[in-house]
Write a protein that binds this ligand. Structure first.
Ligand code: NAP
Length: 255
């Protein structure tokens, strides 16, 4: 129970890597608020079976859990979410910026809208939540911010210029804010996942998956839990002397 009585906010917690992070933090004793948002579906996942299931799984660990609909790219939604978190949990110790999307295409076919949407969902969201969350962390002189980047933000990838730019931006933002907040005992680190089995990678065809696995030294895809355990470590006192780092959790893809 290394996160006993800690309070966390996780963006995009209803499925995939975010869901695994919510469950891992809860397993370690943390109270949680997570956001959900399904722009492509009718209604919000906060009202869906997926989100309710996560809430009931978390409650089984005996901690508090609340979900809220919020568009990660909206600054006013971030302010609303932070107020909701402070009201429900009574404070905030850990922020995990996880929400993210892909809109892949070769640059010549990539639309301006798809570039803007990926940058605002993946990168501006990290600005939004960090800016609103850091005030209360500064006044309590304690905080752990963990940003979910990607291996491709380090090594690049054809067909993902928007996504790669957003994740490289997240890495730069992590280092800048780590330097800004260090004197207030707030650490900021990034986790860079490789090829993880979630909805995001589910649409890849077998040929694409084979090509990716060919460059993974550990010769398997990662699981959301592989990422969640590292996030939980970074959120804990075990990582108190660690800031501004990018931890690759990618089976050895980038080394
Ligand atoms: P996923 O299964 O597609 O889940 C994406 C999550 O982001 C969902 O919870 C979704 O919420 C949320 N989301 C999407 N758009 C949002 C918005 N505008 N506002 C708020 N939330 C939004 O993807 P994943 O694989 O778990 O990815 C999680 C993170 O890991 C992302 O940042 C991704 O870039 C990163 N990552 C993934 C991989 C991989 O191989 N899977 C590799 C490297 C990095 P709803 O459920 O409500 O739609």
């Amino acid at each position: 129970m290394k996160l006993q009585n800690k309070k966390a906010l996780v963006t995009g917690g209803s499925r995939g890597i975010g869901r695994a992070i919510v469950l891992e933090l809860a397993k370690n004793g943390c109270d949680i608020v997570f956001t959900c948002y399904s722009p492509d579906e009718a209604g919000c996942r906060c009202d869906s079976e997926a989100s309710k299931l996560v809430e009931s799984e978390v409650e089984a660990y005996g901690v508090k859990v609340f979900s809220i609909k919020a568009d990660a790219s909206s600054f006013s939604d971030a302010e609303k979410t932070l107020n909701f978190t402070l009201e429900k949990l009574g404070g905030l110790d850990i922020l995990v910026n996880n929400a993210g999307i892909t809109k892949d295409n070769l640059l010549l076919r990539m639309t301006e809208d798809d570039f803007d949407l990926v940058i605002s969902t993946n990168l501006k969201s990290v600005f939004n939540y960090t800016k609103v969350a850091v005030k209360s962390m500064m006044s309590q002189r304690y905080g752990k911010i963990i940003n979910i980047a990607s291996v491709v933000g380090i090594i690049g990838n054809a067909g993902q210029a928007n996504y790669v730019a957003s994740k490289a931006g997240v890495i730069g933002f992590t280092k800048a804010t780590a330097k800004e907040f260090a004197s207030r005992n707030i650490t900021v680190n990034a986790v860079a996942p490789g090829f993880i089995s979630t909805n995001m990678t589910g649409s890849l065809n077998d040929k694409q998956k084979e090509a990716i696995l060919a460059v993974v030294p550990l010769k398997r895809t990662g699981t959301p839990e592989d990422i969640a355990r590292v996030v939980s470590f970074l959120a804990s006192a075990d990582a108190d002397y660690l800031t501004g780092q990018v931890i690759s959790v990618d089976g050895g893809m980038a080394m």
